[in-house]
Design a protein around this ligand. Sequence first.
Ligand SMILES: [Zn+2]
Length: 428
Amino acid sequence: MSAHHEALARTTLLLNQEWFAGRAEERAIADALVAGTVRLAADAEALSSRAGQAAFVTAFMLTARLGVGIELAAPNVPVIDLVAPLRLPGLLDALLELGANLIPGGRVRLAAGEVQECFAFGEGTVAGDAAVTVGVSDFAADLARGAGGARCEGELPFGGFVAGAAVAAIALRAVQPRVEQAVGITARAPAPWPGPPVHVSLVDLFPELAGGRSFDLGDVDAVSGGAITNALLFCLLRIPGLNVRVRVIEEQDVELSNVNRYALLRASDAGRRKIDELVGSAAGGVKIDGVASLYTKDSRAVLLPLAERVVVGVDDVQARWWVQEDDPAWLAVAATGNNLAQLTIHVPGGPCAGCLHTTPLPPATTPTISFVSFFAGLLQACALAAESSTPRNVHVYPFALGGPAGVMSFKPTRNPDCPIACSSRWSP
Ligand SMILES: [Zn+2]
C-alpha cells in the first residue's frame, strides 16, 4: 500500500460505501482523487477580510485532505491569523508549505493548467464564466455558478468556515466522474447535490451569535482529541478576541490515516500523542491542556469535576452517556455518520445525551471525510461561541448542501426509553 492509500483509507472507505455500495477498488478511488485538480482563485480584497481568508484557508485545508490537487491563483497576502496548521506569514507560502505535509503525493501548484472545477473568491476575481463564486460574510456563505464574483467581507470567520467546507464538498463532486472512470462503476443515483447554489446562515441555527458576543468562554472540557476536536480548535483559534481554556481528554497517538480529516494535523505528526499535537497548537487566548486518558466508566472518577461546559466528539456512544451521567451544566455532543454532521446541546432537566444518542455502534473502522468531520466541530464552535443554552439537535448533510434538506434544526424531545433513564435522575 502506498502512503496516499493509507492516508486516504477512511475517505475511500466512505466513498466506496456512499457511491459504489462497497463494490469499488478503494486504492483506485484514492489514485483518482490524487489525479484530480481544482483551482482556488481569490483577489487581494477578498483575502484582506478575516471572513474571506478563513474561507480560502478552510477550502484549501479540507480539499487538500481529500487528496485532490489544488491550483492556487491568489496574491501572497499576509496571513491574518497565523495559527495552526499554518506556519508561514505569507498566505501562499503558508498553504504551499502545509500542502506538502498533508496527503502524501497531494499536489499544490501555482501554474495554470487543466482543472475539474474553479472557485472564485471575491468580486474582482476573474475565473471564467463557469466558476463557482464564493461569497462570505461574518455568519453566512453563498456559493453560486456564474461569471460575476461575489463579495467576501466580514471580521468574523464563521461564514468563511462554512464556505470552505462547501467548497470541499463541491470539489469532490467535480472529480467524481474521474473516480467513476477509474473504478469502472457509475455512482449510485439519485445522488445528493452539494451545490452550487449553496446558502447557509449560521445565525439561522444559532441566533445568539448575532448578539455581538464577547467570546469569553471560560473552562471547557473536550472529551476526545480526534477529528471533531481538531475542527473545533481550528475554528476557535481563528475567532478574534476569544478566550478559553480547553482540557482535551484523549489517550491515542496520531496515525497517518487521521490526516484525511484532522484539521490541525500534518502527516509528519504521525506517531505523536494526539494531545501533544493539540497542546502545541495553543495560541493567543486559546489555552489547551492535555490529559492522556480515555473517558470510561473506570477512568472518569479521576477526571472529575468536569468544567462548566463540556464538548464531546467521541465515536463511542456509551462514552457520551457516561459524560452525561456526570451532570455537566452544559454539554454539546458532536458526531458524524458517513454523510451527516450532528450537534446536540443538553442542559440539566432537558432531553439528555442518552435521549438523542441511543444506540451503541459495534467497533469498526469508521468511514470519514474531511468536510463532514469539519462541520461537526464547526457546529460545536458555534454552540460554544453563541453560549447557546437552548436544547437543540442540528443536522448538516454536507454532501447535500445544495438541496432543501442540507441543514436542519430540530427541537429535541425526551426519550422514554433513554438508556441512562434521565427522567428518574432529573425528576423529583
Ligand atoms: Zn435521557
